[in-house]
Write a protein that binds this ligand. Structure first.
Ligand code: CA
Length: 238
C-alpha cells in the first residue's frame, strides 16, 4: 500500500453493504476506516482525519444529517452520502448541511469509485485557488480574471447574474449544488425560496452556452435536487 493512499472513512451500519464497499475501495487503493455508528465515525475521524467520508444517512445512534453537521464543524474533507431512492428531501438536506455529493441505492461500485475520484479531485483543487484563472471544459472557456466567456472561441455576453451563476458552478465543478445553495450564493440569503429565478437564468445560460440547450453537456440538472457543472465532457459526436 503506497504511503499516500487517500484515507476514506466509511460509515454504514449494514454489514453486507459496508463489506462490499470496503472491498471495492480497498481494491482501488484507498485505505478504509469502517464505522457502523455515528459515534464510532466521530472517533475515527478525530483520531485519523480522513480525506473523504462516505456516509449512510440511516444510522442506528444518530441522524445522518446531524453527523454531517457535527463533522462539518471542523472537517473539510468531502462527504458523499448514501441514500435510498425517493429520498430527495434527505439528499437536499444533506447537501445543504455540507455534504458534497450523494449516491442513490442501489448503485454500482464503478459509480461509487467515479464519484470518489471526482470528490477527491475537487478537494485537492480547492486547496489551490491561486492556480489557473482560466476554466476550460470542451468548447467552454471562462477567463475568470478578465471575466470573459467563450464558446468555441466566440465571446459570449452574459449578464452579471448569469456570470455569477456560472462561476458559482465552476467553483464547485463536479459537485451537486442544491437550488437553495445556488439561490443563496447568487441572489442572497433572502431569496432561497425563489426557485423560478434559477429556472429562468439556467435556461438563459444554457441557451447561450450549450449547443443543444435541451440536452446540456455542461450545465446538468440533478432532478428534484439542483444543478451540477459536468466535471468531464464527453467528446461531441459531430
Ligand atoms: Ca443504514
Amino acid at each position: 500500500m503506497p504511503a499516500d493512499s487517500p484515507r476514506v472513512l466509511l460509515v454504514e451500519d449494514e454489514l453486507p453493504i459496508r463489506k462490499l464497499l470496503s472491498n471495492a475501495l480497498t481494491a482501488a487503493g484507498y485505505v478504509i476506516d469502517e464505522s457502523d455508528s455515528a459515534q464510532q465515525a466521530i472517533r475515527h475521524a478525530t483520531q485519523s482525519p480522513p480525506e473523504l467520508v462516505i456516509l449512510d444517512l440511516g444510522l442506528p445512534d444518530m441522524d445522518g444529517q446531524e453527523l454531517i453537521q457535527r463533522l462539518r464543524e471542523w472537517l473539510q474533507a468531502p462527504i458523499i452520502v448514501l441514500s435510498a431512492r425517493d429520498q430527495d428531501q434527505q439528499k437536499i438536506a444533506a447537501l445543504d448541511h455540507g455534504a458534497d455529493d450523494y449516491l442513490t441505492k442501489p448503485f454500482s461500485t464503478g459509480e461509487l469509485l467515479a464519484r470518489v475520484r471526482v470528490a477527491l479531485r475537487h478537494a485537492s483543487r480547492s486547496g489551490d485557488e491561486t492556480g489557473s484563472t482560466v476554466f476550460e471544459r470542451g468548447d467552454l472557456k471562462v477567463d475568470l480574471a478578465a471575466r470573459r466567456v467563450f464558446v468555441a472561441n466566440i465571446e459570449i455576453h452574459l449578464t452579471p447574474i448569469e456570470y455569477k451563476l456560472l462561476t458559482t458552478l465552476i467553483r464547485n465543478c463536479g459537485k451537486v449544488l442544491t437550488h437553495r445553495q445556488l439561490l443563496k450564493e447568487v441572489w442572497g440569503p433572502d431569496q432561497v425560496q425563489e426557485t423560478h429565478y434559477l429556472r429562468v437564468f439556467m435556461a438563459n445560460l444554457r441557451r447561450k452556452l450549450e449547443a443543444d440547450p435541451a440536452q446540456p453537456r455542461y450545465l446538468l440538472t440533478e432532478q428534484g435536487i439542483g444543478y451540477r457543472l459536468a466535471s468531464e465532457i464527453m467528446p461531441s459526436d459531430t
